[in-house]
Write a protein that binds this ligand. Structure first.
Ligand code: ADP
Ligand code: MG
Length: 206
């Protein structure tokens, strides 16, 4: 049974964030305060630094620790949002591996946590607009019996389409909402990092 390796997921997320730090910062410079790249790099690097190398802990323990470290180490809105994603995903995965069913369930719980925290709705131009279509297709594929790799391929296409779909949106949540009409025509930074989160999960299927 294939599963997402949680440590690989978080390491690859950190590596992708590191590769895309400047892009995330430039996107946030256009409609925010130019700190999304540095926020995410600081947070994900702290998550990786906190891994306890010799142990092979349960996925839930890895995800829970990641959530706590992100909340502690990121100053901006994305800290509590991504932090809550991982805390809720951890609670949903309990002692189970992140196989197709377990991963879809954890991802959905994580998304619900982001909504509980930030109250974003579809079309508000946030990370939600990228993550929600990914959660939907994951549920759909997994219920239909798809493999985890196939479900995550579909989720990656959905998260990237959701990210791109934020460009014409008018921001209604977060700092970008202060810009009103001037937020239109720019890709949301959090939706962009969210696509990297799913890309990292796809890479972490073992
Ligand atoms: P800050 O806005 O505090 O500077 P970041 O720049 O790190 O924090 O993160 C900005 C991203 O956070 C936005 O691009 C958006 O995707 C996401 N975001 C902001 N507010 C919300 C919210 N209420 N719900 C979901 N996502 C949000
Ligand atoms: Mg910012």
């Amino acid at each position: 049974m294939s599963a997402v390796d949680p440590i690989r997921w978080l390491r690859d997320f950190a590596a992708l964030i590191d590769e895309h730090t400047d892009e995330l910062t430039e996107l946030d410079a256009a409609i925010g305060d130019a700190d999304h790249g540095s926020n995410m790099r600081r947070g994900t690097a702290a998550v990786v630094a906190a891994f306890d190398e010799p142990s092979a802990p349960l996925p839930s323990a890895v995800l829970k620790q990641a959530g706590m470290v992100l909340i502690r180490s990121i100053g901006g809105a994305s800290g509590p949002l991504y932090g809550t994603f991982f805390l809720r995903a951890a609670a949903a995965s309990a002692e189970a591996p992140l196989d197709a069913t377990g991963f879809a369930k954890s991802f959905r719980a994580g998304l619900d946590g982001i909504v509980a925290r930030g109250k974003a709705e579809a079309g508000d131009k946030t990370m939600f607009d990228a993550l929600a279509p990914a959660a939907d297709i994951l549920d759909e594929k997994v219920s239909a019996g798809a493999s985890l790799a196939d479900a995550l391929d579909a989720a990656l296409a959905a998260v990237e389409a959701g990210r791109d779909a934020t460009i014409p949106m008018l921001a209604r949540k977060g700092r970008a909402s202060y810009l009103g009409e001037r937020s239109v025509g720019h890709q949301d930074p959090g939706a962009t990092s969210a696509a990297l989160l799913v890309r990292a999960a796809r890479q972490a299927v073992l």
